[in-house]
Structure formats: structure tokens, C-alpha cells
Design a protein around this ligand. Structure first.
Ligand SMILES: [Zn+2]
Length: 307
């Protein structure tokens, strides 16, 4: 029987709640994102990795509203952005300079290899914001230092939150058009002074070590196995560690762009400015960076709605 729980993040506790964990795997969402944008393979791969990380982080931070993970740098890829809402909507996009990327690849030693995400971005930052829709913002930021995206994310937790964090991310980059894009990962954290009742302090280092070894024993083919649910995988890893499944969140691709919003933005321009935006067909065409949806307006339509 095939399990349908891809595009899902499962939250769990182990060792009497000493460690809080999240495990995620994404399939249809990635397929949609990657097909809509049609980026080059290496950029799609960086976006897939960033999307898996975003879902793990969004689940680790309890919030209502919109969580945004944004990677920004001075390299060939200038931004990678993932939006995740608390009601399970997700969208993601990248901005990159194709020529710059080509030149950077020409200098590489190992052709055909997927470049680690931080290399594509160069010097920059990993930042996230939470917008609860009531003008309350929470922001975290860290320099993009590290060989891998995992290292960069772990630096954030170490420096800013001082939360012991363990993290693993997997991506499956298809060899050809038949293959599937898959991304997933697992995050374990020890939230100080919360879980772990009835556990002696001196037992903690050993339990942490064990939890990490078990986490690292997770293999990519296991995480992406259609015949295993995320719960099955967690039981395989942590059946002897008082595993408790606490929550399951499902995600779907959904962009929040719409014609009305765009119309409002365009109404902020003067008639002269709008005339300069006209294409050969006498229309103003705008493409959503997140979902590649194309919207077209006539100047009359824009001006008319103002009254
Ligand atoms: Zn859109």
C-alpha cells in the first residue's frame, strides 16, 4: 500500500519530552514549485533544500500567520524565498543571474555536481520573519557562513537562540525528466527547562548522543520510501525512546497573489508611468515571482477602478 503522507511534517517528542522533533518530506509541492518556475537544476535543488528547511523551522517556531525564510547573497543566486503559513500553504521562489551562474560553474572542478546552497549565494544572510497579520513581527538573522545550509541553520540556533539543535536534510535531484524531486529532513531540539521531566541532568549528554546517533542513522531511501509513513520511520528510529507523536501538519502549494492585489499596486503609479509599462499589445503584463501566474491589465482598467 502506498502512503500518502508526503507534503507532511510530523512533530514528536522523545525521552520524556527532553527532545522535541520534526520530520518532513515533500513531493507534490516541490514538483509544482519546480515545474512552475523552470529554474536550472542547481537552483531548483537549492530551493528544494531551502523549502524543506523552511517547513522544519516553521514547525519548530509556534506561530500564527506567515513564516518566511529568506536567503540573500552576493553570489549568482541572489535570493531564495519560502513562505509557509500556519494553515499549511506554501510557496517558494529564487532569483538568480543565469550568466553569472554559468561562469561560476565553468570554474568548478567537478562538472555535473550539485553545488552546496551557500556557495551559490556567496556572502549574505539567512533570515526569517514571522508576520502574525496583526503588525507583530519576529525576526531572526544569521550570516551565511558554513559549507552547507544545515551548518548555516545550526549556527543560527547556537548563536541566537542558544538551543541545542540537530538537523539533517535530504534532497533527491532527478537524473532526467522521469525522476522525482524529493526533499525532506529531521530536526531535533532540546528546549531548555521544558521537557525531560524525571530525567537526571547527568543523563542528558548520553541521551543527546543517542538521539543524534539514531537521527544520523536515517537514510535517504528510508525517508523517501513510499511504503513507510513518517510515523513508521519515527518508530524505526525511536521506538525505544518513549516516542510520542504530537502533531501532523499537511502542506499544499498555494500562492497568495491575485488580480485585485496587483491592481492596487499598479494604481500607485501615475498614468505616465503606466504608459511606459505598456507592451506591444497595449497591455500591462505582470508575472508573479512566486507562482509564475501572468496577469494582464489595460490602462483603462487600472484607472477606472480608482474612481
Ligand atoms: Zn503568485
Amino acid at each position: 500500500m502506498t502512503n500518502k503522507n508526503f507534503d507532511t511534517c510530523t512533530s514528536f517528542l522523545i525521552d520524556n519530552g527532553l527532545f522535541v522533533g520534526r520530520i518532513v518530506r515533500l513531493k507534490d509541492i516541490l514538483k509544482t514549485i519546480i515545474h512552475k518556475h523552470g529554474y536550472v537544476k542547481n537552483v531548483s535543488s537549492a530551493l528544494a533544500e531551502t523549502t524543506a528547511l523552511a517547513v522544519l523551522l516553521a514547525n519548530a517556531l509556534k506561530f500564527e500567520g506567515l513564516f518566511t525564510l529568506q536567503l540573500q547573497g552576493n553570489g549568482p543566486v541572489s535570493t531564495l524565498v519560502v513562505d509557509v503559513t500556519s494553515d499549511g500553504k506554501l510557496r517558494a521562489c529564487a532569483n538568480y543571474d543565469a550568466e553569472h551562474l554559468k561562469k561560476a560553474f565553468a570554474l568548478r572542478k567537478n562538472e555535473g555536481e550539485i553545488e552546496p546552497t551557500p556557495h551559490l549565494l556567496g556572502n549574505g544572510t539567512l533570515a526569517f520573519t514571522i508576520d502574525d497579520g496583526k503588525n507583530n513581527y519576529h525576526q531572526g538573522i544569521v550570516d551565511l557562513q558554513g559549507k552547507t545550509l544545515i551548518e548555516c541553520a545550526l549556527r543560527y540556533f547556537k548563536q541566537s537562540e542558544q538551543i541545542e539543535t540537530m538537523l539533517k536534510i535530504f534532497i533527491n535531484v532527478p537524473e532526467d525528466n522521469e525522476g522525482e524531486w524529493l526533499a525532506g529532513g529531521i530536526l531535533l531540539q532540546r528546549i531548555p527547562d521544558i521537557g525531560g521531566k524525571n530525567i537526571n541532568l547527568d543523563e542528558i549528554p548520553e541521551l543527546k548522543n543517542e538521539a543524534e546517533i539514531l537521527m544520523n542513522s536515517l537514510k535517504q531511501e528510508e525517508l523517501f520510501d513510499d511504503n513507510l509513513s513518517l510515523t513508521d520511520i519515527l518508530y524505526r528510529l525511536y521506538h525505544a525512546n518513549n516516542l510520542v507523536i504530537t502533531k501532523e501538519n499537511h502542506y499544499e502549494f498555494k500562492c497568495s497573489c491575485n488580480k485585485e492585489k496587483l491592481l492596487k499596486t499598479l494604481q500607485g503609479f501615475s498614468e505616465d508611468e503606466l504608459s511606459e509599462m505598456l507592451d506591444d499589445n497595449g497591455k500591462i503584463t505582470a508575472k508573479c515571482g512566486f507562482c509564475s501566474e501572468i496577469y494582464q491589465f489595460s490602462i483603462a482598467e487600472i484607472l477606472q477602478k480608482l474612481n
